[in-house]
Design a protein around this ligand. Sequence first.
Ligand code: SF4
Ligand code: SF4
Length: 83
Amino acid sequence: MDRNKESAFHGDTPVLFNNKENCCGCSACFAVCPAQAIVMEADEEGFLYPRIIAKKCIRCTRCLAVCSFKADQREKGFLHTTV
Ligand code: SF4
Ligand code: SF4
């Protein structure tokens, strides 16, 4: 699948990454989230990756807007954010 065409949302909750190649664990999304809806969790090797707590998410899309890995999707019009 073309990663640029993967959905940025699951339902109406943002998808931060579909595989680890698309996330460096920088925690920018975690830092910018106004609802504390993102937690950073360690994988089996101890590297931290974000997970959205859907019931806390207010769908503001700031996490998608801040992620440098989504820049290519934004430029190609596949990803729309409200901020
Ligand atoms: S901002 Fe993007 S690259 Fe950084 S932790 Fe969040 S999803 Fe991963
Ligand atoms: S859409 Fe907004 S509230 Fe939901 S996880 Fe992203 S930054 Fe947090």
